[in-house]
Design a protein around this ligand. Structure first.
Ligand SMILES: Cc1cc2nc3c(=O)[nH]c(=O)nc-3n(C[C@H](O)[C@H](O)[C@H](O)COP(=O)(O)OP(=O)(O)OC[C@H]3O[C@@H](n4cnc5c(N)ncnc54)[C@H](O)[C@@H]3O)c2cc1C
Ligand SMILES: *[C@@H]1O[C@H](CO)[C@@H](O)[C@H](O)[C@H]1NC(C)=O
Ligand SMILES: *[C@@H]1O[C@H](CO)[C@@H](O)[C@H](O)[C@H]1NC(C)=O
Ligand SMILES: *[C@@H]1O[C@H](CO)[C@@H](O)[C@H](O)[C@H]1NC(C)=O
Ligand SMILES: *[C@@H]1O[C@H](CO)[C@@H](O)[C@H](O)[C@H]1NC(C)=O
Ligand SMILES: *[C@@H]1O[C@H](CO)[C@@H](O)[C@H](O)[C@H]1NC(C)=O
Ligand SMILES: *[C@@H]1O[C@H](CO)[C@@H](O)[C@H](O)[C@H]1NC(C)=O
Ligand SMILES: *[C@@H]1O[C@H](CO)[C@@H](O)[C@H](O)[C@H]1NC(C)=O
Ligand SMILES: *[C@@H]1O[C@H](CO)[C@@H](O)[C@H](O)[C@H]1NC(C)=O
Ligand SMILES: *[C@@H]1O[C@H](CO)[C@@H](O)[C@H](O)[C@H]1NC(C)=O
Ligand SMILES: *[C@@H]1O[C@H](CO)[C@@H](O)[C@H](O)[C@H]1NC(C)=O
Length: 525
């Protein structure tokens, strides 16, 4: 996908060995204070593959036929990013930006239709500065969510930030697309809690909120990574959590009424008080043969209160005293990241989570899915395919924030987000798993949101549509995928992009921009 019109405007022939030297010279010119040969890798460099592989999280895009960057840059400071952007521009090269490399379609480090590009890997830009007095933090894009959680907790155990559960995902990609997790019902998305940001535009200029203006600042908070410039760092509003929170992780087999519980969950999870987060998953082989349901919960309070609450609102779930565990918020983050009772320091590890073949995609549900339909959905999990459904309820503050507050539009009556995920270990199993997940999503068509059928941009899925990269893209064509991710906000995003391009290229004759809104060409530079 990617609204990558901006950086893909230049097209140039392959870079020869000579121009590697020329690129290096350009870099030293713009970044005279560093030894730039330490941050530039060509495909001939000894460590090129090492660096490229380092955060390819989806093994599908590690294969021979994946289009690789002709150059990789691993800047360690702002000046080097500015230099990289200026030199890419001078050399007519487009740019991909990678922070954590978790993009489901690998778009931070590969190109789909366009062969020539340079990858900027921001993994070295990962500092975090916390001001616990003001409950704010500046976090660089290459910092992981796990490190952010850990650093906050060492400053003040009753401060936290609403972001995702997976600890090696980075701020750069996640906050650009939203950021959903255990605190979402209480405090909203990561992107709802961003106070300021520093971005580098395609002229290599560093812009903060005041300099970029409210239009662009709106767009970068959820409009999707890789579309509006390079985000260097984000200023976050930290949120309050109690000293002790409560969690439970339970599963239920079909015999234990898994289907009925999922059915009922749809009604209760949305209505629950914002302190209560209750995720529902469908997984295969819960008892070795049959699929079942898993319920993961975080409550911002004590076990006694949580159990009393559930006794009233969801007694069928049968959560008992022995299921509930009290802990610090940071320990709950360790738990949700899949590390059990490990020391929270584990959240600093950038390489722990396994790299695997995968495909993810998403839906949103507005009207509860009928019981009979759930029986059919569970049948998809009787095969030998390793796939799951993860459902995260909205409601709470998510139901109150206006749809146009930031680009993420899935608010109001949206009950929950559905994530479909297939994981496999061998290239030879790829077709079977892609077929399974596409079939499953297709079978859900009449059960989920329609007109448009909504999706979450952080669970990017090129099956939903994309610009025909390298060719002209009309607004009418882009709407096909754009409104799924952004609904009515897509129009504003497209206009923000036009204004950004006009601002950046004003006074130059280098760029050709043919952007058609409702079929009409608005501006040709
Ligand atoms: C295992 C797994 C678990 C996940 N769990 C959650 C979850 O709990 N909640 C949730 O909301 N999402 C979750 N996600 C989705 C995740 O938030 C997105 O995939 C996110 O975009 C990844 O960010 P990244 O920096 O790690 O990835 P990258 O691949 O580096 O980047 C993703 C996209 O953002 C762009 N980008 C990266 N850095 C920058 C930057 N500095 N400036 C501008 N653009 C940039 C890239 O070009 C690319 O288009 C999960 C994904 C995976 C694979
Ligand atoms: C710059 O780094 C390269 C690669 O590490 C090294 O070979 C070279 O000696 C360094 N140059 C200077 C001036 O330090
Ligand atoms: C390559 O990486 C290894 C470790 O990953 C490092 O020791 C070595 O110095 C690197 N070599 C170059 C030429 O950068
Ligand atoms: C990078 O990944 C490819 C594909 O899995 C593999 O063949 C290669 O050995 C890896 N290289 C390094 C240096 O890790
Ligand atoms: C490229 O490799 C992927 C993963 O192995 C495979 O799914 C895809 O079909 C391949 N594409 C081509 C054109 O060979
Ligand atoms: C920690 O943060 C809370 C807000 O959650 C604040 O009330 C408290 O004063 C802070 N404590 C310290 C030691 O900074
Ligand atoms: C798994 O659960 C199913 C249905 O709940 C039951 O029929 C089956 O016997 C169980 N299998 C095992 C191995 O417990
Ligand atoms: C289900 O719960 C039981 C009891 O807590 C646990 O032993 C088992 O590992 C869980 N299974 C899955 C698939 O989560
Ligand atoms: C799943 O089962 C099918 C048919 O029995 C078989 O062809 C396939 O290899 C199996 N796949 C896996 C991942 O085990
Ligand atoms: C790539 O190009 C082909 C042929 O033009 C097109 O059919 C396809 O949709 C394009 N895919 C993307 C992701 O742009
Ligand atoms: C893009 O549109 C312009 C103006 O309509 C046209 O001149 C140009 O040929 C088109 N380019 C492609 C690749 O279709």
């Amino acid at each position: 996908m990617a609204i990558l019109w901006l950086l893909l405007i230049y097209i140039s022939p392959a870079l020869s060995d000579n121009s590697y030297e020329a690129f290096l010279n350009c870099l030293s010119h713009y970044s005279p204070n560093s030894n730039v040969s330490e941050i530039l890798y060509s495909q001939c460099s000894v460590n090129y593959t090492n660096v490229l592989n380092s955060t390819i999280q989806n093994l599908r895009y590690k294969s021979q036929n994946t289009t690789k960057p002709i150059l990789i840059l691993t800047p360690t400071n702002q000046e080097q990013i500015q230099a990289s952007v200026s030199c890419c521009k001078n050399h007519g090269l487009s740019i991909r930006v990678r922070s954590g490399g978790h993009d489901y379609e690998g778009l931070s480090y590969r190109s789909v239709n366009y062969s020539q590009f340079v990858m900027l890997d921001l993994t070295n830009l990962r500092s975090i500065h916390i001001n616990s007095h003001h409950a704010t933090a500046w976090v660089q894009s290459g910092a992981t969510i796990g490190k952010l959680y850990y650093k906050i907790s060492t400053k003040n155990s009753t401060l936290a930030f609403p972001a995702g559960t997976y600890s090696t995902v980075c701020a750069g990609g996640q906050f650009s697309g939203g950021g959903i997790g255990t605190l979402t019902r209480k405090y909203g998305l990561s992107a709802d809690n961003i106070l300021d940001a520093k971005i580098i535009d395609s002229n290599g200029m560093v812009l903060d909120r005041a300099a970029m203006g409210e239009d662009l600042f709106w767009a970068i908070r959820g409009g999707g990574g890789g579309s509006f410039g390079i985000v260097l760092s984000w200023k976050l509003r930290l949120v309050q959590v109690p000293e002790i929170v409560s969690t439970f992780f339970i599963n239920r087999t079909l015999d234990q009424g898994a289907i009925g519980l999922i059915y009922k969950w749809q009604y209760v999870a949305f209505e629950m008080e914002p302190d209560m987060f209750l995720e529902a998953d469908i997984v295969p082989n819960i008892n070795g043969t049959e699929p079942g349901a898993v319920f993961n919960s975080l409550y911002l309070g004590r076990c006694t209160d949580m159990l009393t609450y559930l006794q009233v609102h969801f007694p069928e779930l049968g959560v008992g005293t022995s299921d509930c565990r009290e802990m610090s918020w940071i320990q709950s983050a360790v738990y949700f990241a899949g590390f059990g009772d490990a020391d929270p320091k584990i959240l600093l590890d950038r390489g722990l989570q396994p790299k695997i073949y995968n495909k993810g995609t998403s839906d949103y549900v507005i009207d509860p899915i009928p019981f009979a339909a759930w029986e059919g959905i569970f049948d998809w999990f009787r095969s030998n395919i390793s796939g799951s459904i993860y459902m995260i309820s909205h409601g709470g503050v998510m139901g109150e924030i206006p749809e146009s507050y930031i680009p993420y539009p899935h608010r109001g009556r949206v009950l929950y987000n559905v994530q479909y995920l297939a994981l496999w270990n061998r290239a030879s199993d790829t077709e079977a798993h892609l077929g399974w997940i596409r079939g499953l999503r297709s079978s859900m068509t009449y059960l989920v949101s329609t007109n448009p059928r909504r999706a979450y941009v952080n669970f990017r899925d090129l099956d939903l549509g994309s610009n025909d990269v390298g060719r002209n893209t009309s607004y009418e064509n882009a709407r096909v995928w754009g409104e799924k991710y952004f609904k009515d906000n897509f129009k504003r995003l497209a206009l923000s992009k036009v204004r950004l391009i006009l601002r950046i290229f004003s006074g130059t004759s280098k760029a050709y921009l043919h952007l058609s809104l409702n079929g009409k060409i608005t501006k040709t530079l």
